[in-house]
Design a protein around this ligand. Sequence first.
Ligand SMILES: NC(=O)c1ccc[n+]([C@@H]2O[C@H](COP(=O)([O-])OP(=O)(O)OC[C@H]3O[C@@H](n4cnc5c(N)ncnc54)[C@H](O)[C@@H]3O)[C@@H](O)[C@H]2O)c1
Length: 297
Amino acid sequence: MTQPLNILIIGLGLIGASFGKAIRHQGLAERSVFVLGYDRSQGVAEQAVALGVLDQAVSDLAWLPKIDVVVMAVPVMAIGTVIDDIRPLLGSLQALTDVGSVKGQVVRTVRERLGTLPACFVPGHPIAGAEQSGVTAAKADLFEHHMHILTPLPESDPAAVQLITQLWQAIGADVVEMSVERHDEVLAATSHLPHLLAFSLVDTLARESENREIFKYAAGGFRDFSRIAASDPTMWHDIFLSNKDATLKVLRRFQADLTILEQAIEHDDGDLLQTVFTRAKSARDQFTQMLAERQKN
Ligand SMILES: NC(=O)c1ccc[n+]([C@@H]2O[C@H](COP(=O)([O-])OP(=O)(O)OC[C@H]3O[C@@H](n4cnc5c(N)ncnc54)[C@H](O)[C@@H]3O)[C@@H](O)[C@H]2O)c1
């Protein structure tokens, strides 16, 4: 009988624990999986077993059975420590992946720590998440109908890419591939900039002396726009510092466009406001349609 595929998840927060729950629930068509997990916070791995996230909690990375796949689900700035911790496992792994929201920094860190990029390494990023964090926020269906971006490297072994693709597809993700650079540019525009704007707007309003009054009258628009400002500050601190160039580039473009709108208001240029808002509405309507189609498939 084929041995189960031993998967070790390092970092049992929202993403790592959701992956564990999902893969234990779905399994792989051709091979059973056995899910082990480690977290630097004491007690989290045991909690993960109780919540159905893992088959086995690991308390010491020096004592492990043979591991086939490692999923690094820690904040981007913790990747270096994890690489140091798993160094003895690397030679026998079939695949090593991560889930970090920034890819360039993760790849640089792995290369710096190891002096090379191992063939088993296939960086990845699930385009799914939530404002909650920690093991108790884990959801088995978090990745269903969501994209998972893999950024295989020239050094990546095609068999490792195939295995990581199979794992994410098994839990309902739509796996796509792109380059590390393209990933960081696209995400700076579609995820990092919106988070920065939400954090900034909520902070500006919250610092007003009558902020209680302002929030009391805030309606759906504020609720929709500000939802992502409840995201984890540490995770976002890591993301902005590690995707500096791409986020600054898109932020500066946005600031220039915002200034144009500011001037249009100042000079009563209704035509310009109408043109920009109509163009934006049409783009948003198209996006809504695209989302609805993705949910149907
Ligand atoms: N939350 C999201 O919406 C989202 C979406 C996509 C990708 N990501 C990425 O996923 C990764 C994890 O995010 P999350 O939301 O699950 O965070 P989280 O805060 O919920 O969990 C992170 C876990 O990692 C553990 N950890 C930290 N350093 C560690 C170390 N050195 N060794 C072992 N464990 C360690 C923490 O104790 C914690 O349990 C981040 O890189 C983030 O960029 C997050």
